[in-house]
Design a protein around this ligand. Structure first.
Ligand code: GAF
Length: 440
């Protein structure tokens, strides 16, 4: 069939080619090239900021950054993405200010990370960056931009690794693969929070940490079961599943933007509902091992509070209740998948069937309760299920982006053909759980 695939490319060749381009663009050689992946999420959308559990995996696709330090404090950036490239962009005050007014929006993700790293000061001495440091960066992504696969966090995290490599004690002492190893999981967790702060404070997007944690802490062959209360995680091997099944991301071609206000509005409604319940974060409204009855009890409590005059800061009660219902049931679905993956063996087909059904239920919730889906995503979900997929759902922030599909290997052709018929803009990425950010 005529399905269009987005290949991840060979990291070594991309790295060599990017270093060569860097020399042409800046007239000297880069100090190195660093990479951070995009992500797909099996379940757990719009709940990271509520302390819920997410089940992400890193993609093979991601962002490559070639970089060298500068001593004059200037940050010079160029992207090779044809739709964004306007030549070299200079950001003079990146280390001292979270926002640079006149720079193109994409550069804020990088400048924000430099600012955020400098701001962490000496809290983590191995990551201490000279506040006067600048850098030259050349950027290339193998991810579709705005496809809900976390292209922004992948850019932030690749830039963070580059800055660590060229400007911190950890980078001075460790190069290449040694740096990848020296970045222990606790240090990566710190870096993830540094990137979150960059996105929240520089870009103004209400990211909750799922994307940055995946880009920096994922492991090959594994789904991460990420508890967003404290960002502790458990890694679960799913290679047994991938012998007979594949995960496929269907990029609908309908772009999604986190910073355009709709994501924030949705989050605000969910948070207003949380405040009515009198808990700091919504995850705490459920017990450690939640079930359906617990979810219903919380919804009843919400209804009672409203009936006795609780205030939703002027937001529409019915909308807040729908956001609440999405978040609570999504938390439940994550716990269910977590238990399936970490419990007794069910046999590969039964496991896929159970996970697939939960994924599809997750989509219905994204559509009806989170209300972040859109017509083409709904059509893709229906078409791929009809063509033999085990389950499918919209992933990421929504209002555009990609559908994640679990497919028996024997059904791949049918499924990609069925989705391709829906729109000429549809493209596919194979989701192979991959390694986190590293030197390449
Ligand atoms: C975006 C955000 F950045 C994440 O933190 C998460 O909230 C996700 O949307 C939805 O699950 O990617």
């Amino acid at each position: 069939n005529s399905a269009r695939w987005l290949a991840p490319g060979d990291p070594e060749s991309i790295s060599v080619a990017l270093a060569t381009r860097f020399s042409q663009v800046y007239n000297y050689d880069p100090e190195g090239v660093w990479f951070a992946p995009g992500r797909a999420n099996l379940n757990g959308e719009h709940i990271d900021f509520h302390g819920g559990r997410c089940l992400p995996m890193a993609l093979r696709h991601g962002t490559y950054v070639a970089a060298s330090p500068r001593t004059d404090g200037l940050l010079r950036l160029r992207t090779l993405d044809p739709s964004l490239d306007t030549g070299i962009v200079e950001v003079p005050s990146a280390a001292s200010s979270p926002v640079s007014e006149d720079a193109p929006p994409w550069t804020t993700y990088v400048a924000g990370v430099l600012w955020s790293l400098v701001r962490q000061g000496d809290q983590h001495p191995e990551l201490e960056l000279d506040p006067t440091m600048g850098a030259d960066l050349l950027i290339r992504s193998t991810l579709p931009i705005g496809a809900g696969l976390s292209s922004s966090a992948s850019l932030e995290c690749a830039a963070a690794l580059a800055f660590v490599a060229i400007g911190t004690p950890l980078g001075t002492e460790n190069q290449g693969d040694d740096l990848t190893r020296a970045l222990t999981d606790p240090l990566r967790a710190v870096l993830a929070q540094i990137c979150v702060r960059a996105e929240v404070e520089s870009v103004g997007a209400g990211t909750g940490g799922l994307d940055q944690t995946t880009a920096l802490r994922a492991t090959e062959g594994k789904v991460i079961s990420l508890d967003c209360r404290d960002f502790s995680l458990k890694r679960t091997d799913i290679t047994f599943l991938l012998r007979n099944y594949r995960f496929l991301a269907v990029d609908t071609g309908h772009p999604h933007q986190l910073a355009d206000g709709r994501f924030a509005a949705c989050r605000a409604e969910a948070e207003a509902a949380t405040a009515v319940l009198g808990v700091g974060r919504l995850r705490d409204a459920l017990p450690e091992k939640p079930n359906k009855t617990h979810v219903e009890l919380v919804l009843e409590e919400f209804d009672r509070a409203l009936a006795t005059g609780a205030d939703l800061e002027g937001l529409e009660a019915a909308a807040c209740r729908r956001r609440l219902k999405h978040a609570l049931t999504e938390m439940l679905r994550s716990e269910q998948i977590h238990r399936i993956l970490n419990g007794d063996a069910h046999g590969v087909d039964h496991t896929a069937e159970m996970i697939g059904d939960i994924m599809s239920a997750g989509h219905t919730s994204m559509k009806e309760y989170a209300e972040v889906s859109f017509a083409l995503a709904d059509q893709v979900v229906d078409a791929v299920i009809e063509a033999g997929a085990s389950g499918a759902r919209l992933i990421g922030g929504g209002f555009g982006g990609s559908v994640l599909v679990l497919v028996p290997r024997s059904r791949m052709e049918n499924v990609t053909a069925a989705a391709s018929r829906l729109s000429p803009g549809i493209r596919f990425l194979e989701v192979v759980p991959s390694q986190a950010a590293r030197a390449v």
